[in-house]
Design a protein around this ligand. Structure first.
Ligand code: AMP
Length: 304
């Protein structure tokens, strides 16, 4: 027991001040810092971000913090899974160098009044429209965490594509030296995008949830075989609308980099994005349909 307690010392930090001291020592030894912010209930998707950061040579800090300010549904917040002991085991295996597990007070210092941010297309529509204030909360927490960790690079999942676009803008405005690295969606063997919320799907809903990626993949295949993205979208909407147990919030096309509305003349990567509720759980997913013009590939995830 004592050994285990000793072992966690210097590895898990609850206080920003202690983490800052540890970070200063790492930097003094020449290390660069990679950062992976999470809300815990970790899975292989999170693991891929940690592995990517470690693989890039960064000493990697992972935060586990269920951020109250980004929830727009109290029941979702209260029911958010917490699996800290399991998370720590995973983080050791993936090679994290430190874990930051702060309290709400440690992050916000009693000041949770949100600044309202609207810095471009990623801040309106889709998740921003369906969950008003959600990205204000995301920006609030990441702004604070980035100030504590002051990372060289932050690793975030393309699973939350709109959030990734929001963070790119936040970084460009407030953390100019920070590299934002988007990492591909990690999926269950049947294609469902991994998510902490998948744990809340009952057996029937879990089965029904497969429809999201099935439809996205189909759209990808159609575009690869020469169909216009808009035609694939129409078919996708019909198919998803008919999928049992799936309540669709949106299925649409966007330009991935900045989340601007899609147009045939768009030069950025085209993504199909989807949000739907299955078995009372809000699920998000997306697929790359066409790479930036002049780029290689497109519908890059179709073969996975
Ligand atoms: P969360 O704990 O849900 O806030 O997610 C923390 C980070 O992990 C975010 O950058 C997510 O986009 C990323 N992430 C979550 N699920 C996946 C997944 N299936 N594949 C890749 N990254 C993911």
């Amino acid at each position: 027991m004592e050994d285990a307690a000793m072992e966690t010392q210097g590895w898990i930090f609850n206080r920003a001040e202690d983490l800052r001291d540890w970070l200063a020592a790492q930097r003094a030894s020449g290390a660069t810092i990679g950062f992976v912010p999470t809300m815990g209930a970790l899975h292989a998707g999170h693991g891929s971000l940690v592995a990517r950061s470690v693989g890039a040579g960064h000493r990697t800090v992972v935060s586990i913090f269920v951020n109250p300010t980004q929830f727009t549904d109290q029941a979702d917040f209260e029911g958010y899974p917490v699996t800290l002991a399991e998370d720590l085991k995973g983080l050791r295996a993936w090679g994290a160098a430190a874990v930051f597990v702060p309290t709400v007070d440690e992050v916000y210092g009693g000041e949770t009044a949100m600044e309202s941010v609207n810095w471009g297309p990623a801040f309106g529509g889709y998740e921003a429209a369906d969950r008003p204030g959600h990205f204000d909360g995301v920006v609030a927490v990441l702004d604070r965490l980035f100030r504590v960790v002051a990372p060289d690079a932050v690793f975030m999942g393309e699973k939350d594509l709109q959030q990734l676009a929001v963070v790119r803008v936040l970084a460009s405005r407030r953390f100019p030296g920070l590299q934002v690295v988007g990492c591909p969606v990690v999926r269950e063997p049947d294609g469902l995008a991994m998510s902490s919320r998948n744990r809340r799907l009952g057996a029937e809903a879990r089965e029904q949830a497969r429809a999201l990626y099935r439809v996205l993949r189909r759209m990808g295949e159609e575009v690869v075989s020469g169909e216009a993205p808009t035609t694939a979208l129409e078919r996708g909407r019909r198919a998803l609308g008919e999928a049992p147990g799936v309540r669709v919030f949106y299925l649409d096309l966007v330009q991935g980099e900045d989340f601007a509305p899609w147009s045939p003349a768009a030069s950025g990567p085209t993504f199909a994005i989807v949000a739907a509720e299955v078995g009372g759980v809000r699920l998000l997913d997306n697929i790359l349909l066409t790479a930036p013009s002049g780029g290689q590939g497109g519908a890059g995830e179709v073969t996975k």
